[in-house]
Write a protein that binds this ligand. Structure first.
Ligand SMILES: COc1ccc(OC)c(-c2cc(C(C)=O)n3cccnc23)c1
Length: 121
């Protein structure tokens, strides 16, 4: 059953794809591209109750799971916060997450999102 693509969804999904591409380009090492496994990160699934990564966010875009940019930004922030919770501040993962979070905050700041008001390009 293909979900009917309302006009907004198509436009919104194009915006989200652009944001995802821009953000994942910052993750050159690929630390955030796929779910973190307990194999690489001992005890990860016990410490992080709501895992998130770029591939999961991509799936959610395709499945029309996001109704607006704020929901997308929440998943992005969750992904970064998970990395800053599980990893110690002196690790490459913690530092990469902090940098990525700053990039996302600039890209999706409140004023920019307000400019997406219905009818305002
Ligand atoms: C060293 O190569 C990789 C490759 C993929 C990774 O996650 C998808 C990670 C990775 C990514 C993370 C994160 C994001 O916390 N991590 C934490 C501990 C150990 N490894 C990781 C590392």
């Amino acid at each position: 059953l293909t979900k009917f693509h309302t006009e907004d969804n198509t436009h919104l999904n194009a915006c989200l794809d652009h944001l995802l591409l821009t953000l994942s380009r910052k993750d050159k090492e690929g630390f955030f591209q796929y779910p973190v496994t307990d194999q690489f990160a001992p005890g990860y699934s016990q410490i992080i109750t709501r895992p998130m990564d770029f591939s999961t966010m991509k799936k959610k875009i395709i499945q029309d799971d996001y109704s607006n940019v704020i929901e997308f930004r929440s998943d992005f922030e969750l992904m970064c916060e998970n990395a800053m919770k599980y990893n110690r501040p002196d690790t490459i993962y913690w530092r990469a997450a902090k940098k990525l979070l700053a990039t996302g905050a600039k890209l999706m700041n409140k004023d920019k999102l307000l400019s997406f008001r219905r009818g305002v390009e």
